[in-house]
Design a protein around this ligand. Structure first.
Ligand code: KIV
Length: 322
């Protein structure tokens, strides 16, 4: 009898079981194949998120608003090729869910069918998004919610600000979390929320909460991997912890390489290069000389770059000559 083998990823049910058992869920972001593969090989990681934070840490935007569905698909596909075990969660980018239900289903389906995501994540819980979320879940798409500071609302939130600090806003957060649970999400990210509020939300919900800047009172934790390893040079949020500084390692490696190239210590002969058959080398050298002589005779050896200054673009003056 042939054995049925299937490729099983960490599932929604596994995450629910972890919450029930009180075992913290571990989530990290990845944006490309190699990082996805390296993280996937660490069995303690349950979920790999292709976050739209890629807009900032990979694409150099100031925010996540400029990330398009095509950007996301490009990176999700790459990470998918490296991830065989963890759940692969994909962020739905700015405005990909809000147009109408049909577009939301189409976009989410693309993320799963084309990108290969196991589940999607949607930021916010406005009445419109709650409706869309319920529609997607009922259509069979696993959705994770995201509350607290939601980076796609950077403008309306007035910057990177902790959410749920007042009684009123904390109550609103708890209500939103309950509404998302009722809409059918299988978990909620809580970003930049006071620990006490996050803990109350965790204790109120049946589904797991994953915190980022939300203290210990969550069912799990997520960080942007570039923050964790020190690969994003622009800033480090207060809630993130740097476990390594690969930025420094990268710059040292690049400096050493440049120095070795300058001093001709790279590549090392013969180990780091390939070699032509010694016996045939004289014949090849003679061939090159014959070719050069022929080309010179044919007038093909004029030096294109001899007059390099001819090709230098004129320097534009910023001072008006008038
Ligand atoms: O985009 C992202 O990386 C995220 C995490 C910060 C949760 O949404």
């Amino acid at each position: 009898m042939s054995k049925i083998t299937a490729r099983f990823h960490v599932s929604v049910v596994d995450l629910l079981k972890k919450k029930q058992a009180g075992t913290p869920i571990v989530m990290l972001t990845a944006y490309d194949y190699s990082m996805g593969k390296l993280i996937d090989q660490v069995e303690a990681v349950d979920v790999i998120l292709v976050g739209d934070s890629l807009g900032m840490v990979c694409l150099g935007h100031n925010d996540t608003i400029h990330v398009t569905l095509d950007d996301m698909l490009h990176h999700v596909k790459a990470v998918r090729r490296g991830v065989n075990r963890a759940m692969l969660l994909a962020d739905m980018p700015f405005m990909s869910m809000q147009i109408d239900h049909a577009t939301a289903v189409t976009n989410a389906t693309r993320m799963m069918q084309e990108g290969g995501a196991d589940a999607i994540k949607i930021e916010g819980a406005s009445p419109l998004l709650l409706e869309v979320t319920a529609h997607l879940v009922q259509s069979g798409i696993p959705v994770m919610g995201h509350l607290g500071f939601t980076p796609q609302c950077l403008q309306t939130m007035g910057g990177f600000k902790v959410q749920g600090k007042t009684l009123e806003s904390a109550q609103l957060l708890i209500d939103s979390a309950l509404k998302l649970q009722d809409a059918g999400v299988f978990g909620i990210i809580l970003e930049m929320v006071p620990s006490e509020v996050a803990q109350l939300i965790r204790d109120t919900l049946r589904i797991p909460t994953i915190g980022i800047g939300a203290g210990l009172g969550c069912d799990g934790q997520v960080l942007v991997t570039y923050d964790l390893i020190g690969q994003f040079p622009d800033f480090l949020p207060r809630f993130a912890r740097r476990y390594a500084n690969v930025g420094v390692t990268i710059q040292k490696a690049v400096t050493d390489f440049a120095q070795d190239v300058a001093t001709q210590r790279f590549p090392k002969e013969p180990d780091e290069s390939f070699h032509f058959d010694k016996a045939q080398l004289p014949a090849l050298t003679q061939y090159v000389h014959r070719r050069q002589a022929q080309r010179a005779e044919d007038g093909m050896e004029s030096d294109l770059y001899a007059d390099a200054q001819l090709y230098t673009p004129p320097v534009e003056s910023t001072v008006s000559s008038t």
